[in-house]
Ligand binder design. Structure first.
Ligand code: SF4
Ligand code: FES
Length: 247
């Protein structure tokens, strides 16, 4: 396959960016999207130019770093996959592919397709943890958890913090991310100690970082590669109201 790429190039945080055109030649349908970009970067390097900067780590859909907009969709056109798990068979020979970084004030562009997502780290540090007593390991059966709660908590914990929900939202809201992190602990006995404090602090940090409000368009759920449900946002709102006004 031969593809035309329009890629956002931006030298650094303070420079203006612009699209540049590249040709991706000899693309195998079995390549991942990131492997295709690796090949394009080889050609750019051979020409003595600066390769396209993009984030990646696990390349297995786990770490959430391979965040980019592909043809106007967060992580590209295939539902429930990250960019690293997107394969070139999802495109046709001769296609033009537009590749951009996440667009959100709270995620400033550092270079090309790389954005600064440390705002998510600060939200996590504000309350996304549980306190445990150190010592010998507790018997797993000593803390009974209902199957329904265990399954729900597991689904919430699937969030990889990629930021696609923010990028897809017209208000750049981080509610889906925060609600997943709050839910995964609120549903489990281990999360009860900091339950109220957690939700208040994480929402406070989310607001400080400049993320917008949720307006229930559900764009976040549609683009989330881990299929996090917006029912988590309802839980977040309930948790917040209970912690703020009924405790
Ligand atoms: S909720 Fe989904 S889209 Fe948002 S950060 Fe988590 S995995 Fe990414
Ligand atoms: S590189 Fe880790 S999720 Fe894509």
């Amino acid at each position: 396959m031969k593809l035309n790429l329009k890629v956002w190039r931006q030298k650094d945080k303070n420079s203006a960016g612009a699209f540049e055109n590249y040709e991706a030649k000899n693309v195998s349908p079995d390549m991942s999207f990131l492997e295709m970009l690796d090949e394009v970067n080889e050609d750019i390097l051979k020409a003595g130019k600066d390769p396209i900067a993009f984030d990646h780590d696990c390349r297995e859909g786990i770490c959430g770093t391979c965040s980019m907009y592909i043809n106007g969709r967060a992580h590209g056109p295939v539902k429930a996959v990250t960019t690293c798990q997107l394969h070139m068979r999802s495109f046709n020979d001769g296609d033009t592919i537009v590749i951009e970084p996440w667009r959100a004030a709270a995620f400033p562009v550092l270079k090309d397709l790389v954005v600064d997502r440390t705002a998510f780290e600060r939200i996590q540090q504000a309350g996304g943890f549980v306190s445990v007593n150190t010592g010998s390991v507790q018997d797993a059966n000593a803390i009974p958890v209902s199957k329904i709660d265990a399954d729900e908590a597991f689904l919430s914990a699937a969030c990889i913090g990629c930021g696609a929900c923010v990028a897809a939202c017209k208000n750049s809201s981080a509610m889906l991310f925060v609600s997943a992190k709050v839910s995964q602990y609120a549903l489990l006995p281990q999360g009860q100690v900091e339950r109220k404090e957690r939700v208040l602090k994480m929402v406070e940090q989310m607001d400080k970082e400049g993320f917008g409000s949720c307006s229930n368009t559900e764009a976040c759920e549609a683009e989330c590669p881990k299929e996090i449900k917006i029912s988590n946002i309802s839980r977040l709102n309930r948790e917040y109201i209970k912690a703020k006004w009924f405790s």
